[in-house]
Design a protein around this ligand. Structure first.
Ligand code: SF4
Length: 235
């Protein structure tokens, strides 16, 4: 995305970009030399290996999954992307057509806007982990139904357990309803620190909705500021 488009998004949302002073680049002296592990480090490293194995196994299970009817129409599964050790985990509803083709969550215009929302919080997209409630694209990009949401939920819970984030953003109504097991309107779910497995969950508007509703963009920024506040309290 070019800088002027970026600035248009930010201006429409009423966002002043700020960068966390706590974010520092990794210094060379902090990089690990894998040839120089102590025994303790090797044990820690073997635990890391098993976590990597868990990710690989989970991704394989998802790619071969036939638990719901979406397996019959999908091009490919969209597992999730980003930093598997992230403090921030963002969860949307389902892949769209472009996302399915690319194998990435949140692509196209709504993906650009989500990236800008992340940058507005002083983070890069690579800093966070992003996934969806369901891993296969519903035909014609319909909302996933209850059976599809329920069938896929276990994979999401495993991803949450593996990332173990400090905060989760439920992006949009479908993600919020499924994650929080509620039917409350989004307006009532905003501005509240919910919990899933003792992890705070903040509900924010879906960028696809924000692209259609210019008036809501400022509320989106309020939601992100609220999420930052909850995150700082949790740290
Ligand atoms: S949506 Fe989830 S449960 Fe359904 S087939 Fe895809 S991976 Fe399996």
């Amino acid at each position: 995305m070019d800088n002027s488009t970026r600035l248009q998004y930010l201006e429409a949302m009423g966002i002043d970009v700020w960068v966390s002073r706590k974010q520092k680049p990794v210094e060379e002296s902090q990089l690990i030399d894998k040839t120089d592990f102590s025994i303790e480090e090797q044990v820690a490293n073997s635990q890391l290996d098993s976590i990597e194995d868990s990710w690989d196994l989970l991704q394989k299970q998802v790619s071969e999954c036939k638990k719901c009817i979406l397996s019959e129409t999908r091009g490919q599964t969209v597992f999730g992307k980003g930093n598997v050790n992230a403090d921030w985990m963002l969860i949307g509803e389902a892949p769209n057509k472009q996302g399915e083709m690319e194998g990435n969550p949140f692509t196209g215009q709504s993906g650009y806007l989500l990236t800008e929302m992340i940058r507005a919080m002083g983070l890069q997209r690579e800093d966070v982990y992003i996934t969806n409630i369901v891993k296969c694209r519903p035909p014609e990009d319909k909302d996933p139904n209850t059976n599809e949401l329920t069938s896929c939920h276990g994979y999401l819970l495993q991803q949450i357990a593996l990332v173990n984030p400090k905060i989760i953003l439920a992006v949009g109504r479908i993600a919020a309803h499924s994650l929080l097991a509620t039917k409350q309107p989004l307006a009532e779910l905003r501005g509240v620190a919910h919990q899933v497995n003792d992890i705070p969950v903040v509900v924010v508007y879906h960028p696809a909705y924000l692209l259609r509703s210019l008036l809501e963009k400022r509320k989106a920024w309020q939601d992100l500021q609220f999420a930052i506040k909850i995150y700082q309290e949790e740290k």
